[in-house]
Design a binder for this molecule. Structure first.
Ligand code: PMT
Length: 404
């Protein structure tokens, strides 16, 4: 899969360094040429000989040491690389790259890199959540660096929280899709919706739901990696915009409808992962509503954006989601038919690890030709990749827009 690709695997000093060995093995097994850079701190955790053995190449560490292959090691490594992967990426390493500090072989090589750089952060939860680390990650993301988010769980230090380096398999998969960016979706325009909508009651209160946006953002990110021109129409979330994606930030269902409709004529595929509020208060007070006795709210229906797209779709491929708490399959089939969809991704909100505000999902694909596919619990990044693979396989054979 990665035959002929050159990957520079950068290992920094954290306990997750041992997992980088498995990542190196996966790259080599897939046919990549892997060159490993280790910081001096990384060598405290794992011997360079391990990487020499697994990669079949020398390990590079010293900025000024003469090396066999390159006149200037950091420039040579950077010039050859199709991809840089920094795993684990410590808070220190992330901070240095974000600040433009280049004081060792790793940071100078990364600074000289013209290829994509993928970072897999790994650190203590408080270090990860520290606003300095978060702002460094945000800065790097905006600059086009790719991040594989760490996972939640028990950390080596005994603390519990987010900070554990993503699984080597996940980092491998993201690396492979970054390298494959040339690119099955090139020239195609995809609209993705994500997150909740908020329906105002007054200037300080609203009706909404628990959607975090993670599912939709993962789809947008994967589609952009695949070369698509992506517009992400997003309700309010705390997530950083994915690299290379055009953002349309909205708040209410009506705003989401307007944004989707404005991009719809140029689109080829629409994937609606947003949890749109079906109802909104019939009036939104201009001033904060004062406390009094009991209060009755009158709600009115919001537009069903997806059903409207279903009527207008022509040759576009239309994908909806169904978030259900009962009779998932029957309800999803009904939505697929009523909204004239090509595919629906059904998730059962009562299933552990599925649905709102978790990093994983458990989904069932249902297609308009009657076929179905149940997926096991997987990360939302993996679910996103599977959704796009299915669409690609089926959409290729469909007639595209009339204007094509
Ligand atoms: O954001 P996360 O925390 O990662 O959670 C992911 C998710 C649970 C939100 C996602 O996986 C999901 O299931 N999204 C759809 C949730 C939902 O609102 O489903 P629904 O059954 O109410 O709507 C069916 C479809 O119609 C959806 O594609 C929805 O975007 C669309 N819809 C619904 C109502 C409406 N007024 N307009 C719409 O377009």
């Amino acid at each position: 899969m990665l035959a002929g690709k050159s990957i520079v695997l950068c290992v920094t000093g954290g306990i997750a360094a041992y997992k980088a060995v498995e990542l190196c093995r996966l790259f080599v097994k897939a046919g990549a040429e892997v060159r490993v850079i280790m910081t001096s701190a990384a060598k405290e955790f794992i011997s360079p000989l391990t990487f020499v053995t697994v990669s079949g190449n020398p390990v590079y560490s010293e900025l000024y040491a003469a090396v066999e292959r390159y006149d200037v090691a950091h420039v040579g490594l950077a010039a050859e690389a199709d991809l840089f992967v920094i795993a684990p990426a410590t808070a220190n390493c992330i901070g240095k790259i974000a600040s433009g500090i280049a004081d060792d072989l790793l940071t100078t090589a990364v600074m000289a890199a013209a290829s994509t750089v993928l970072l897999a952060p790994a650190m203590n939860v408080r270090m990860y959540e520290n606003p300095i680390t978060q702002s460094n990650i945000k800065k790097l993301t905006v600059l086009g660096y790719q991040i594989v988010e760490p996972e939640e769980g028990e950390l080596a230090c005994g603390d519990i929280g987010r900070g554990r380096m993503a699984d080597p398999e996940t980092i491998f998969r993201v690396s492979a899709s970054l390298l494959a960016r040339d690119k099955c979706w090139q020239g195609r325009r995809i609209i993705v919706t994500a997150g909740p909508t908020r329906e105002a009651l007054d200037p300080v209160r609203y009706i909404s739901n628990h959607s975090s946006g993670k599912m939709g953002y993962a789809i947008a990110r994967a589609a952009a990696i695949g070369g698509a021109e992506v517009v992400l129409v997003s309700g309010p979330t705390n997530l950083a915009p994915p690299v290379g994606v055009r953002m349309a930030q909205v708040v209410s269902a009506q705003e989401m409808r307007e944004a989707v409709m404005s991009y719809f004529p140029q689109s080829d595929v629409v994937i609606k992962a947003a949890a749109v509020a079906d109802y909104r208060p019939s009036t939104a007070s201009g001033q904060k509503i004062k406390k009094g006795g009991d209060m009755t709210l009158t709600l009115v229906r919001n537009p069903d954006i997806l059903a409207e797209l279903g009527e207008l779709k022509e040759g576009r491929y239309l994908v909806g989601f169904a978030a259900e708490t009962e009779d998932m399959c029957a309800n999803a089939h009904d939505k697929l038919r009523r909204k004239n969809l090509d595919m629906i991704v059904a998730n059962d909100l009562t299933e552990p690890g599925a649905g709102f505000d978790v990093d994983t999902n458990v989904v069932r694909f249902i297609f308009n030709d009657g076929t179905e596919r149940q997926l096991p619990k997987m990360s939302k990044t993996e679910v996103a990749e599977e959704i796009l693979k299915e669409i690609y396989a089926r959409y290729r054979y469909k007639k595209t827009r009339k204007s094509d």
